[in-house]
Ligand binder design. Structure first.
Ligand SMILES: *Cc1c(COP(=O)(O)O)cnc(C)c1O
Length: 438
């Protein structure tokens, strides 16, 4: 979200008492922004592929919050889930089985059975999983669509941990390994119920060209299988997610439109109408629309450098804190009343509350000099940040509020209330303190 567009929401959050001395960190989600991104995704693909049936399945891991999933469902999206927990959230949000896709490299037999019973499409990760499915699909009629994930082994993007198409990736069937392609084709010919192919070449840091190449490989494989089967056995291609987000500025680049056009150019047959398509975007739909607000509890100087100590750190921006070069986040400074802080930039550290020295949202960041009681906004945190809480130091999950802009001003709606200390104790074995001393 452009930071200046954020200003009224920060001001309103302070004025309406969402951010207090007792609740010094909250998260905001721009509801209209999420809707706009969902609409832009749908329009981007509809523009290049008017005759294709799409399921745009939101990657739940990017923002596993039930009201957010419901909002996206309302905006015409489905859900991509990768664990029993994510599936439970999607179901709680009312997302129908027919709009849900299950991926995961480690599905148990029980999870597979549940997906089949519920009628949820799934992508098997490997050939062992297909063998497991052989025994299960016979008992289910009709079985929901089942696909196989392949790894085109095209190489990595700039972030190794998010690059899933490297030669030794843990995901999918490694297509270029000796004999693997033949085995995959054989697996399809032996299983008439296997009707989809899936690829997801990675997330943040993977160039669009590489992702498109992965989709091209998928398309060629589908054509090969269908030619050998003598019929359209593979009728749906799941082309994954992974559109990167620009965390460096307000400029939205790349866009879904750019990527859809690139695909149309590189894989012309893809949008011809012979295949239905599934997409699985996460961060590109949500990251921009989330903001963490935190009070500056103390503003001190250490070794000559100003340090603002806040309540937002590793528990909310885990990747940023552990790998700051790879996952930098922009910060914006506001005064205690929620008005933008002006004044010359001063190089300072903005620290989180956790008890280790590396718990910094930003090191040596030029910002207007922060003072005690000020508000810091951590931008672009709508995906994989406050919704993916990390329980270090038993720091509780903060409240999340959605907001919309109305004629009367900013209106907030609670998405998730803050975790209470009682809940935290209960989740930490608090029900039976004597468990180890009896
Ligand atoms: C994580 C993931 C996605 C979503 O990735 P984003 O970068 O958030 O778009 C999609 N598909 C699969 C299989 C994933 O693991």
């Amino acid at each position: 979200m452009p930071s200046s567009r954020l200003d009224p929401a920060v001001r309103a959050a302070v004025d309406q008492g969402l951010l207090t001395a007792d609740e010094p960190v909250v998260a905001l989600l721009d509801t209209d922004g999420v809707r706009a991104s969902a609409a832009a995704l749908r329009a981007a693909f509809a523009a290049v592929a008017p005759d294709v049936r799409f399921l745009h399945a939101f990657a739940v891991k990017a923002c596993p919050l039930v009201p957010v999933l419901r909002l996206l469902h309302d905006a015409g999206l489905g859900a991509e889930v990768a664990s029993p927990g994510e599936l439970a959230l999607a179901r709680a949000a009312g997302i129908p089985a027919s709009r849900t896709v299950l991926d995961s490299p480690a599905k148990t037999a029980g999870e597979l059975r549940e997906a089949l019973d519920l009628g949820i499409a799934l992508n098997a990760d490997n050939l062992q999983e297909l063998t497991r499915l052989d025994a299960l699909v016979t008992g289910v009629a009709p079985a929901p669509p089942i696909g196989l994930r392949v790894n085109p082994q095209l190489g990595a993007g700039s972030i190794g941990a998010l690059s899933t198409a490297v030669p030794t990736s843990k995901f999918g069937v490694a297509l270029r390994d000796p004999g693997a392609r033949e085995e995959v084709v054989r697996a399809f010919l032996d299983r008439p119920w296997l009707t989809r192919l899936h690829v997801h070449s990675g997330s943040q840091g993977v160039p669009l060209g590489l992702m498109a190449e992965g989709v091209a490989e998928l398309y060629v494989l589908a054509e090969e299988i269908n030619a050998k089967a003598g019929r359209t056995q593979v009728d749906t291609l799941d082309i994954g997610g992974g559109l990167p987000v620009n965390f460096a500025s307000d400029e939205d680049t790349p866009t879904h439109t750019e990527y859809a056009r690139l695909l149309a150019e590189r894989v012309p047959g893809l949008f011809g109408g012979r295949y239905a398509l599934v997409t699985e975007y996460g961060r590109s739909l949500l990251a921009r629309h989330g903001t963490v607000l935190t009070r500056v509890e103390y503003a001190k100087t250490s070794g000559g450098r100003p340090v603002a100590v806040t309540h937002a750190g590793v528990q909310l921006a885990t990747r940023t804190v552990y790998a700051p070069e790879t996952y930098p986040l922009r910060l914006a400074a506001y005064d205690a009343g929620g008005r933008p802080r002006t004044g010359p930039d001063v190089v300072q550290d903005v620290a989180g509350p956790a008890c280790f020295a590396g718990d910094l949202l930003a090191a040596a960041r030029p910002l207007p000099r922060l003072a005690q009681g000020d508000v810091v906004a951590v931008l672009d945190t709508g995906a994989y940040c406050f919704s993916s809480h990390y329980g270090y130091n038993s720091l509780p999950r903060p409240a999340v509020h959605g907001f919309t802009r109305t004629a009367e001003g900013i209106r907030f709606a609670p998405v998730r209330r803050a975790q209470t200390l009682a809940e935290l104790v209960a989740e930490s074995g608090g029900a039976d303190p004597d468990a180890l001393v009896r």
